[in-house]
Design a protein around this ligand. Structure first.
Ligand SMILES: Cc1cc2nc3c(=O)[nH]c(=O)nc-3n(C[C@H](O)[C@H](O)[C@H](O)COP(=O)(O)O)c2cc1C
Length: 359
């Protein structure tokens, strides 16, 4: 039975389907709805304070007693660079003017890395699964998380990164293909080399490590899940497919952009945060495309872009919002998350039993 994979057993859920953690898009209601249908729900916690994480977990636990995944960014903090700051200021200033906003003398000091205060909170919250993007935090932190029996996951975008993560003691590896929406999880390979599609990446990671592999990137229906399982994945992680669910925190203008998206509507850009991430193409992505090399490092660019994001969200303008999306947005549907997971399970079972999607 495809539904009883190693990973489903390891994390204690019925189905090997993970709703991806998506900072600023995932909600307790989404996580609980996914859990209700037997999948693993994930809260994207990278942009939250420890108190906000505790609050969301409490709310999620009120809605479900199923296992949950808390997700964080494991990047090192960045140093300010006055030359890059000045370049960003010059580039975003016309947009601030256009929206009638004041460009602050000092950009907001954005911190998203996993620090000791967050570790303390997570140790108290005891999530069944803790996952990381951009590598792993310090080994002592990982040891402490393992001591509370939290299953540790992290993202690899190359075979090399998968081997590094295996060496650092993760329990399973998320193989994130180039199709994926949101930030590239790349942490130990040059970004330019880490553009491997899911179809090529998953079997090569499966061959290279002896851990369960979770396929991510461009998977949005039973055909994609069945294909990932055939490639040797033990589970799948879907992000974009859940964005249009009513339980997600995605603003209306973003939902509409997703509903119009085709396979060629996305682009990888550093313009929102300083790190490569896949978004639907909008005016900001297009106009900033030639300036990627001059921008402040992740996450500092968010200090310059944040007010534009806030104002465009308030005003329902998709032009300046990060519209994170994978290449399979068009396969998504605006249906409740429980229904989506049930549909994915049924479609996959039918294909697996029949032997092939097209026959
Ligand atoms: C809106 C959005 C936000 C994301 N935020 C995170 C995040 O906070 N942490 C993380 O590990 N991955 C994040 N990702 C990446 C997902 O974990 C996953 O790799 C990706 O969604 C898979 O590709 P797909 O979108 O084609 O399903 C995000 C993806 C999207 C679409």
């Amino acid at each position: 039975m495809w539904g009883q994979s190693n990973l489903a057993r390891l994390v204690g859920v019925a189905q090997p389907i993970i709703q991806a953690p998506m900072a600023s898009a995932t909600t307790p209601a989404l996580v609980a709805a996914v859990a209700e249908a037997g999948g693993l729900g994930s809260l994207g916690c990278a942009m939250l304070t420890p108190a906000a994480v505790a609050e969301r977990v409490a709310e999620t636990r009120r809605l479900t007693d199923a296992p949950i995944n808390l997700n964080f960014f494991a990047n090192a903090p960045a140093e300010r660079d006055p030359v890059r700051d000045e370049a960003a200021r010059r580039l975003v200033e016309p947009y601030y003017r256009e929206l009638g906003l004041e460009l602050p003398a000092e950009p907001a000091d954005i911190r998203v890395h996993f620090d000791p205060a967050m570790l303390e909170t997570v140790l108290q919250l005891r999530p069944e699964v803790t996952s990381f993007h951009f590598g792993l935090p310090a080994p002592e932190m990982v040891t402490e998380l393992k001591a509370i029996d939290s299953v540790i996951l992290s993202t690899a975008t190359t075979v090399h990164e998968a081997r590094v993560l295996e060496g650092l003691g993760v329990d399973a590896i998320i193989a994130q293909g180039w199709e994926a929406g949101g930030h590239r999880g790349t942490f130990a390979s040059p970004f330019e080399h880490a553009q491997v599609g899911t179809f090529a990446l998953v079997p090569q990671v499966v061959d290279a490590v002896s851990l369960p592999v979770i396929a991510a990137g461009g998977i949005a229906d039973g055909r994609g899940i069945a294909a990932a399982l055939m490639l040797g994945a033990t589970a799948v992680q879907l992000g974009t497919a859940f964005l249009r669910c009513p339980e997600s925190a995605v603003p209306e203008a973003y939902r509409q952009a997703l509903s119009r998206a085709g396979e060629d509507s996305t682009q990888v850009t550093r313009a929102f945060t300083g790190r490569p991430a896949r978004s639907l193409r909008n005016r900001y992505v297009e106009e900033m495309a030639d300036h990627a090399d001059s921008l402040p490092e992740f996450p500092l660019m968010m200090g310059f872009h944040g007010p534009l994001r806030g104002a465009s969200t308030e005003r329902g303008l998709a032009d300046f919002m990060p519209l994170w999306s994978g290449q399979a947005a068009a396969l998504g549907d605006a249906i409740p998350a429980t229904e989506l997971v049930s549909r994915l399970v049924t479609e996959t079972a039918e294909i697996v039993e029949r032997g092939a999607a097209g026959s």
